[in-house]
Write a protein that binds this ligand. Structure first.
Ligand SMILES: C[S@@+](CC[C@H](N)C(=O)[O-])C[C@H]1O[C@@H](n2cnc3c(N)ncnc32)[C@H](O)[C@@H]1O
Length: 247
């Protein structure tokens, strides 16, 4: 059974914080540049969240579909300028049409929210079916060897986030369990009135071998795995696996 989505994506108060915390970044540049290698293409953003990247890709002239299970995030996406250029669908990979996309993306570590092996297998099978033959799947997932979760503590992770209305939200993260390749944590968001709205989540950290073999089992050919946003090799970049696979 699929895990419940974290409050971060389904509570409208936290969705507004997410948007303020996550403006366009070099990570979006990385994904957009790969999509642009196929001009005017059909692109899927699975786990599109509040739509930042989907809107940017649509504005670059691609036919864009954004899919996400969290209604509040999609509502925020639908309210943004240019939203009419994107087809927004509430759901997971199971609702994807067949042979409909040239490129499928999962960005900002959506792949890690798919924790269980059987759900990951189903997600990859659905993505393979949704891509045209030769289409590309591109996603990011953190390299477990970089042990990013060791910085997810109240001191290292503390941030002050300014909302568009000027309010400041203080956020920090604390890990509650590290087990079987998965890291559970609670993100705290404290609003100016003192209200602490926690968001619990579990992320799966797959090894390079697990990433490669799961893709191969789903019928993909792995073309490239970078270790960082400037296309560094694994281990020499940002502690990421930036995966490009062909259907
Ligand atoms: C960290 S956010 C990333 C959102 C967006 N891709 C971005 O770059 O801002 C993770 C998103 O994955 C979505 N998600 C979680 N589990 C999912 C699943 N099984 N299939 C598709 N999306 C999922 C969440 O609802 C959330 O919007």
């Amino acid at each position: 059974m699929a895990a419940a989505e974290p409050a971060e994506f389904r509570d409208p108060r936290l969705v507004a914080v997410y948007d303020a915390m996550c403006p366009w970044s070099r990570e979006d540049d990385f994904f957009l540049s790969l999509v642009n290698e196929t001009p005017a293409s059909r692109v899927l953003d699975l786990g599109c969240g509040t739509g930042r990247l989907a809107l940017g890709i649509a504005a670059a002239g691609h036919r864009m579909t954004g899919v996400d299970p969290a209604r509040a995030s999609l509502d925020a996406a639908r309210a943004k300028p240019g939203a009419e250029r994107v087809t927004w669908i509430e759901g997971r990979s199971s609702i994807l049409p067949a042979a409909a996309f040239d490129t499928a993306l999962m960005t900002s570590h959506v792949a890690q929210f798919v924790v269980e092996d059987d759900e990951w297998r189903r997600t990859l099978a659905d993505l393979k079916r949704a891509l045209v033959p030769g289409g590309r799947l591109v996603f990011d997932t953190r390299d477990p060897d970089a042990r990013a979760w060791e910085h997810w503590n109240p001191i290292d992770s503390r941030r002050e986030i300014a909302l568009p209305d000027g309010r400041i939200v203080i956020a920090w993260n604390e890990v509650t369990a590290v087990q079987d390749g998965a890291v559970s944590f609670i993100y705290h968001y404290v609003f100016p009135n003192g209200l602490d709205v926690p968001s619990a989540a579990t992320l799966r950290f797959r090894s390079e071998q697990e990433v490669r073999s799961s893709l191969q089992d789903a019928g993909f050919t792995v073309e490239q795995i970078y270790g960082g946003w400037n296309r560094e090799p694994i281990g020499a970049g940002d502690g990421e696996f930036l995966v490009i696979a062909r259907a």
